[in-house]
Design a protein around this ligand. Structure first.
Ligand code: 1GP
Length: 243
């Protein structure tokens, strides 16, 4: 399966909802249970990653997911430990507004030989941290883009496109109190040809619909499922709003 083709084909029909699973937050068996509920609720793929990832835990989780569900499993690495040979694809990402070159090209170079060896599909992606930025902003030494400065995000997204990236991820940070302002999405969608992913603080159907109406192609949610006792109903609420 080519995951980027799957995304582009799906986009001809509807926008995507992707369920994020942090392998450090539950056992592999529990991750499979969440993913099964998400699949039943028509999520379009499973994203696996976190800011702190134990490689063994990641491998066990991804392997269990691949054995038990039919959706693409995509890696969202928080560091070089975020690569697993069991996944279908890897978001090969650069944190464009980090102040530390390690997160822009350093980790990527250190991981590249492993990526080559396992032969996993890579999807080149610019990763942009918008205020508040959360744990990932702190870990990634980001200079988060102020919520009133959507033009700065647009400039970075344009640069990502000129650098050959095909995807941009506008990130408010996991568990953010508020998701990114719709204006950010509108501008980036209007003035680039990138696939626009949004995440961080999206909790309700209304949040998801706002992001979709602004032009987001892929809406990621993670925390909402960790906080809910009924993953199926919560994800169904989101996918109904997005599809
Ligand atoms: C985190 O954008 C994702 O990288 C998801 O955020 O956990 O707030 O849904 P939430």
């Amino acid at each position: 399966m080519n995951v980027e083709n799957y995304i582009n084909e799906t986009l001809k029909d509807h926008k995507l909802h992707i369920t994020l699973i942090d392998p450090d937050e539950q056992t592999p068996a529990e991750a499979v249970e969440i993913a099964k509920q998400a699949q039943k609720a028509k999520t379009d793929a499973i994203l696996v990653g976190g800011s702190i990832t134990d490689q063994e835990e990641l491998d066990l989780t991804v392997k269990a997911l691949k054995e038990n569900i039919d959706l693409p499993v995509i890696l969202f690495p928080g560091n070089i430990s975020g690569v697993s040979k069991y996944a279908d694809a890897l978001l090969f990402m650069s944190m464009l507004n980090s102040t530390n070159p390690y997160w822009i090209t350093g980790a990527q170079a250190l991981a590249a030989p492993t990526v080559k060896k396992i032969g996993i599909e890579t999807i080149p992606m610019g990763y942009l941290i918008i205020e508040p930025g959360g744990t990932v902003g702190w870990v990634g030494d980001a200079k988060p883009i102020p919520r009133k400065k959507s033009d700065l995000a647009l400039a970075y997204a344009m640069a990502a496109e000129y650098l050959g990236m095909r995807v941009v991820y506008l990130e408010a940070g996991s568990g953010a109190e508020k998701h990114i302002p719709p204006e950010f999405v509108m501008k980036v969608k209007k003035l680039t040809n990138l696939i626009v992913i949004v995440g961080g603080g999206i909790r309700t159907a209304e949040d998801a619909k706002q992001m979709k109406d602004a032009g987001a192609d892929i809406i990621i949610t993670g925390t909402v499922v960790e906080e809910s006792s009924d993953a199926y109903t919560k994800i169904k609420e989101l996918t109904d709003a997005i599809h």
